[in-house]
Design a protein around this ligand. Structure first.
Ligand SMILES: [Fe+2]
Length: 378
């Protein structure tokens, strides 16, 4: 069941400065100069490292160009070694969620004496040690708006989740033009990830009226603009709509967070290297339909916001959401994503152990419920 209780206290955090719009990327350099910073560390993947000039930075700029998808602890440690040497006054996350999440950690860990394992959980980070600027180049994670970073522990294949108010960006620059080059399949998958953040916050045990506003508007924006951006990657209005939806999704993640959708999706990434967005797209209709009986009004509102016909019966909800994802070109079969069938029980065990998310789900999810979703998706 959903509390959605106006009397329940909630803390709303978002970056104190947000620049939004086409061409705003150059704000990064202007802001860094305005603050008198002369040493900058840019945290990027290989693609974005080639266009660091777009940030218009001056002074000493160190670029860590090796952020991997689904980054793990060794990837983080390589970054931290570079960060220790750079002694940057400001860290810029320039990429998707992986780059922005690791930038958060690079702004708080170097020189702190704290290891990644010591800061896992809520508010264990001692202090912010460098200013933080976040520049998303995909429209999906919303990491620029939030205070969480996820890193895969190769020993356990679990996601280590660090949350800290010290990892909130001082400036977020959301320039939708940076997403014009995102390929069609990635556009679709990351767009459904943004949608999943909004939907899982809206149908969450900890749902709150102060967040519902962003969640519903984020869903509307994805419903209106994701099909357009998939059809035409150069559609600047659609790209802007998705960048805003992603940012709104990020706001939802702070005080409410995701639920069963992300928990069920995680083992696809940690065990089989399926990209986060693609994993969430595959799982999305299954969890929406599973939850529909306990949150029928909210499920109906989600379908309406997406522009889909009304439905509350799980089978009809599933069909509507599944066809919508399929029409975007999302791969909806686990077998086609290289997941071996004999691993489904282990994946279900792992997903079921992610209590920090499953406990948010409006309907109790058993291990066999999860296995049933994987089998249905195979
Ligand atoms: Fe996500």
């Amino acid at each position: 069941m959903i509390q959605n209780d106006l009397t329940r206290p909630i803390e709303l955090l978002r970056p104190p400065r947000v620049a939004f719009g086409g061409g705003t990327v150059a704000e990064v350099g202007r802001w860094v100069r305005e603050h008198g910073f002369t040493r900058t560390l840019v945290v990027a993947d290989a693609f974005n490292a080639q266009r660091v000039d777009r940030l218009a930075l001056e002074g000493s700029v160190t670029v860590f160009a090796d952020i991997k998808p689904e980054p793990d602890v060794p990837n983080l440690e390589a970054l931290l070694a570079v960060a220790e040497r750079a002694e940057a006054q400001v860290v810029v996350g320039f990429g998707g969620g992986s780059a922005m999440d690791l930038a958060k950690l690079a702004a708080v860990l170097p020189g702190s004496g704290q290891t990644i394992h010591e800061v896992v959980g809520p508010e264990k980070v001692a202090a912010k040690r460098a200013a933080l600027v976040q520049v998303p180049t995909t429209a999906g994670t919303g990491s620029e708006a939030g205070t969480r970073a996820l890193v895969t522990d190769p020993a356990t294949l679990n996601k280590l989740a660090v949350q800290s108010v010290h990892m909130l960006a001082d400036l977020a620059v959301v320039d939708p033009d940076l997403t014009l080059s995102v390929p069609r399949a990635v556009t679709a998958a990351t767009g459904v990830d943004a949608l999943a953040h909004c939907v899982e916050a809206y149908t969450n045990r900890k749902a709150h009226p102060s967040i519902d506003l962003y969640a519903l508007e984020g869903i509307r924006l994805v419903g209106r603009f994701l099909p357009r951006a998939v059809a035409d990657g150069e559609d600047r209005e659609a790209r802007a709509g998705l960048a805003l939806a992603s940012y709104y999704g990020g706001i939802c993640l702070g005080p409410v967070n995701t639920a069963a959708g992300h928990a069920v999706a995680y083992p696809l990434g940690t065990r089989h290297h399926v990209a986060h967005g693609a994993a969430n797209a595959l799982v999305f209709p299954h969890v929406l339909a599973f939850n529909a009986p306990v949150v029928p009004e909210r499920t109906a509102a989600i379908l309406a916001a997406l522009g889909l016909p009304p439905a509350t019966e799980p089978a009809a909800v599933f069909d509507a959401a599944y066809q919508w994802c399929r029409a975007l070109g999302c791969e909806m079969r686990l077998s086609a994503l290289g997941v071996p069938e004999d691993d489904l029980p282990r994946m279900a065990d792992e997903a079921h152990a992610i209590r920090r998310l499953l406990d948010n789900n409006p309907r109790d999810v058993g291990r066999d419920d999860i296995l049933g979703m994987y089998r249905a998706a195979y």
